[in-house]
Design a protein around this ligand. Sequence first.
Ligand code: FAD
Length: 473
Amino acid sequence: MSEQFDVIVIGAGPAGYVAAIRAAQLGLKTACIDAFTGKDGKPALGGTCLNVGCIPSKALLDSSRQFWNIAHNLPVHGISVGDAKVDMGTFIGRKDKIVKQFTGGIGQLFKANKVTPFFGTGKLLKGNSVEITGADGKKETISATNVILASGSVPIELPFAKFDGKAIVDNAGALDFAEVPKRLGVIGAGVIGLELGSVWRRMGAEVTIIEALPDFLSVADADIAKVAAREFAKQGLDIKLDAKLNKAEVKKDGVHLVYTNKDGEQKLVVDKLLVAVGRRAYTQNLLADDTGVKLDERGRILVDEHCHTGVDGVWAIGDAVRGPMLAHKGSEEGVAVAEWIAGKAGHVNYDTIPFVIYTEPEVAWAGKTEKELKDAGVPYKVGSFPFAAIGRAVAMNEAVGQVKMIAHAETDRILGVHMVGPGVSELIAECVVAMEFKGSSEDLARIVHAHPTLSEAVHEAALSVDKRAIHKG
Ligand code: FAD
């Protein structure tokens, strides 16, 4: 007899581990299976996000920001400390320590909540059993009333620039360079390319980003993308738009790239190449042939609006299903599914998911862009406010960017908020709360904001929707 659970979760990334903890909190006997191994070859919970994604990238972004500030920010304050030097062992080691702290923390949370972890590859069998294959090849089968698939995603590989883990790398490789590359090529000016490109640019690498699309950051609001492009260019990120990589050949003196732009074929030699052209849902070895679980045209697990696969008791969440590939989106789906399984009212509002890019300046938004509203024929009004007029931002020497708020022209309901500037990864939360409560720009305009804070930019942008910002000429 296989061990019986109420819930089995396959995958312990931010979608899966959160689902497992919430299910256990609700009194369900829960198991969570994960196949990820850390740098030390040992099982490491937390998935992409904790091991090679959100957390390590933010650790290196912060270290590199400190390094960059020595030459580019401290002198403005009248402080000089000589030339900045980096000890790469400490630089990468600090990141690894943070990763270990958090991946280990998931194990402790599992223990505290009585989630049973299994280390190995889980395969869903017909009838909601799961076969687990351990690293040593040993197999065991467990069963449950409900199985949650949370197998996440992996980087997309280009056939003509295959990852070799040394010269041509994915996100994991670019978080682990032994030394600062002199010349770094990045394919893809998306979130990962921009964040990791920024890390190594700040550390002194010459960074060239090759992006196939003609518009920079086309997922963001155009006004915000324009400011971000200008600021990144000032930092020395060389972003080539409308440029398609054709070939990447590893030679003794570096990676030889051939790409095409409007001027024809171009060549570039770099020491390292990061390919960051997106991620795809990962479902390899996840499903036996007869489970009835279907994949969509992009290889994602097909689910309805309740993350249900249509097969009795089988659910799927996170990067493995439709929707933005974001940790917090997966986690919220995990909570909601656990609550639905327990007969409670789970809830995910896909319209108010915040998006953040942790560059310098940061970029953040929630809701609709101006273009989306224009295309949909929705009447709207716009308010915006620059950080240049925010006392706190000026005092910090980070007075760059703006907050742009879009509200319905008739009802004043906030439809989208778009920001580029200091601390906007935190400021967006206030706007998400307002949007979740179906708030209007008037609501935010009437709320007292502390002075002097960066949040005054949100307040003034809300006032500006009806042309009554105080500090705007
Ligand atoms: P994953 O985190 O990919 O976890 C899936 C887990 O399932 C993995 O551990 C995998 O080994 C395991 N697994 C797969 N198949 C099986 C199987 N058959 N059996 C057992 N285990 C299996 N998102 C943000 O919101 N904010 C950020 O700042 C951010 N930064 C990022 C930076 C980088 C460099 C990258 C690459 C991503 C970043 N993301 C960020 C995206 C974020 O990491 C993902 O959206 C998130 O990890 C998805 O969570 P998940 O649980 O769905 O999948």
